[in-house]
Design a binder for this molecule. Structure first.
Ligand SMILES: Cc1cc2nc3c(=O)[nH]c(=O)nc-3n(C[C@H](O)[C@H](O)[C@H](O)COP(=O)(O)O)c2cc1C
Length: 322
């Protein structure tokens, strides 16, 4: 359907990286809905270099979740290249390396990593040129519009990244200052995808099929990135993939079906992380499975606070729904 260098991607949906969410079992769960490419949680280059054991957990992949990109963040070519060597030594099944140039969190930007790299196009190009030259597999990048409203430099940065040899660029159409709020503004990069030499993936506020159609049409992107919109609504990926494949608009799923998806994700997370850890993480994810259904406020709040075991989960859902 489309390619990132020699890698064939057979859906127009990319699963957006989300720290604390797109761990392996989440990616494995989302894949069959029609994810063409998924991106891991962001991994610290220094975490890998210092041999942090938990960091190695982040670079696990599976046969189901292919092709898959591991996303790294860092502030220098030297540390990024060292970290990439460690990643590729520890996992031979990684298809792509994605560099995070969009993280707005001060803990990351004050080290010069994440979206701090957006501020200096020349330095960005130098770093990415070295990373691309160092790597035996394609390198992709995820950026934002710019640091703030007054410094939107997405066009310069896209050009610099293309010249550096980056094989695909995902743009989150917000500035760093916006963090994750405010409406994603696709108009700012109208038709950019048609002018780019490498595929553009568009990210920001993809919550419905209509959002995906609009984002792709306005920006000329090759694919859309599903992030928060897919949390609790995996069927969205299927709706988007099906529409871009066949033109068919699938209806939403019933609450009952969505509950079954939640249980499936729960089981996969328990297998990866153990029940206690899985339940702590699910406190943030499980309520989202009810977000599009009426009269679920009490249920969502109970799930967010009282999940300790799988039995609790089923008990809370049955108490409110059945
Ligand atoms: C909880 C959370 C964690 C995120 N972590 C990452 C990350 O590790 N790397 C990254 O490039 N983007 C990260 N993002 C940004 C998303 O990939 C996406 O670009 C952003 O949420 C905009 O899309 P949306 O409005 O459709 O959610 C994160 C977003 C959220 C909400």
């Amino acid at each position: 359907m489309w390619n990132i260098k020699n890698i064939k991607i057979d859906s127009h949906v990319v699963l957006g990286p989300m720290a604390g969410v797109t761990f392996l079992s989440y990616r494995n769960f989302m894949k069959p809905f029609g994810v063409g490419l998924s991106v891991s949680e962001m991994v610290s280059d220094c975490g890998l270099i210092y041999g942090n054991k938990t960091t190695l957990e982040y670079i696990k992949t599976s046969d189901i979740d292919r092709p898959c990109a591991i996303q790294l963040f860092g502030s220098s070519a030297d540390t990024l290249c060292k970290a990439i060597d460690i990643v590729l030594e520890n996992n031979k099944n990684i298809d792509l390396i994605d560099i995070n140039i969009g993280c707005p969190v001060p803990k990351v930007t004050k080290t010069g990593a994440g979206s701090a790299l957006l501020k200096d196009t020349k330095k960005l190009k130098e770093i990415m040129t070295k990373v691309v030259e160092h790597l035996p597999i394609p390198v992709t990048a995820k950026i934002r519009l710019g640091w703030d409203d007054k410094s939107i430099n997405v066009f310069e940065n896209v050009k610099a990244l293309e010249e550096a040899g980056v094989a695909m660029i995902a743009i989150h159409v917000r500035t760093t200052k916006q963090m994750y709020s405010g409406k994603a503004n696709y108009e700012i990069i109208r038709d950019l995808g048609k002018k780019m030499k490498v595929p553009l993936v568009i990210s920001g506020d993809i919550y419905s099929l209509e959002d995906a159609i609009k984002a792709k049409e306005i920006t000329g992107a090759t694919a859309v990135m599903v992030a928060r919109g897919g949390m609790g609504n995996p069927h969205l990926v299927k709706q988007i993939d099906t529409y871009f494949n066949t033109g068919e608009k699938l209806p939403d799923v019933s609450l009952e079906e969505n509950i079954q998806y939640l249980y499936k994700l729960t089981d996969m997370m328990i297998e990866e992380k153990g029940e206690t850890r899985a339940m702590m993480i699910l406190r943030g994810i499980a309520p989202k499975f009810f977000a599009n259904y009426p009269n679920t406020k009490a249920l969502k709040s109970e799930l967010a606070q009282h999940l300790f075991t799988r039995k609790d989960l089923v008990g809370i859902v049955n108490k409110h729904i059945h």
